[in-house]
Design a protein. Structure first.
Length: 296
């Protein structure tokens, strides 16, 4: 069996991560008894602790500038998850998955604001298409609801996190960078949770199991894979792979959480996916980025 080249291997690993993240929308929605601040505290502190033994040596070798980069990325990620975990409690897993996917649309817009990188016609059309889809997906009485608005805010900050990962200059090992981010989110969430009087211990074995799986799979493992993948895969391809996350979120929402979208909602979900795809195209030939080049 031929060996996978690094780009193909990490592309497949990133697809697996999007499936895990899709499932996480349902899992977090089921933890109705835990506040967002408390849940994020457990997820990121346990996730960071699980990686700490493997990253101690690299953590001791990194420089001050690398610590700053990791802390900034972690702070942005904290805000994203604060919005997402709160919003998931107030909307359906399917809606949460599709709206979070708008991060792909917001990423080029943030790059334009930060680096004055030019937007092209595809990004403009993609953004408009996705926003129309958002309105249709959330349409119950033709008004956006609080949960959907919170998830929309989380998508903006996830886009900002993608920009930080792609533009940050981190000289240390990807594993060390991941650990710094996870502990930053965990500590900030813990301060929020304790300050608000919301910190608690999961009440039963079922909740502990879900928290443990989320901490190890959708937090520790997922961010190790994403951080490493972005060092060997072009940003455009990463963004296209992330299109799979809302699809998995919708599928898991349907089969595990009983989500049933109306025809109008399905149309909105389709518009969001189409807008996300269009926004990542520089030309019609951009779709070729999904096809790995032959080697040897």
């Amino acid at each position: 069996m031929p060996n996978l080249n690094p780009s193909r291997f990490w592309s497949l690993a990133l697809v697996a991560v999007t499936a895990i993240w899709g499932w996480s929308f349902v899992a977090k929605h089921d933890l109705q008894g835990m506040t967002a601040s408390c849940l994020n505290s457990w997820l990121f502190l346990v996730g960071g602790a699980s990686l700490l033994p493997f990253s101690l040596k690299s953590l001791m070798r990194i420089k001050g500038r690398d610590w700053i980069t990791g802390l900034v990325a972690g702070a942005v990620l904290f805000v994203a998850f604060a919005f997402q975990t709160t919003g998931i409690q107030l909307t359906s897993p399917s809606n949460a998955g599709f709206i979070t996917g708008l991060a792909v649309v917001f990423t080029p817009l943030i790059l334009f604001l930060v680096n004055r990188e030019k937007t092209n016609i595809f990004q403009m059309i993609g953004a408009i298409t996705a926003l129309v889809g958002l309105g249709l997906l959330s349409a119950q009485d033709f008004a956006l609801h609080l949960g959907d608005l919170l998830i929309l805010a989380c998508a903006v900050f996830f886009a900002a996190h993608i920009v930080v990962l792609s533009r940050g200059r981190f000289a240390g090992a990807p594993l060390a960078f991941t650990v710094i981010q996870l502990f930053t989110v965990g500590v900030l969430s813990l301060v929020w949770s304790v300050g608000a009087g919301e910190f608690d211990v999961p009440g039963d074995l079922g909740n502990w199991t879900i928290v443990g799986l989320l901490a190890i799979l959708s937090t520790a493992l997922a961010y190790v894979v994403q951080t490493k993948a972005q060092t060997v895969i072009p940003p455009q391809k990463v963004a296209l792979i992330l299109l799979a996350e809302p699809v998995f979120g919708g599928a898991f929402g349907y089969f595990l959480a009983g989500d049933r979208l109306t025809t109008l909602n399905f149309l909105g979900a389709g518009f969001i996916l189409l807008g996300m795809l269009i926004s990542e195209m520089r030309s019609v030939n951009q779709l070729k980025v999904l096809v790995p080049k032959k080697t040897g």
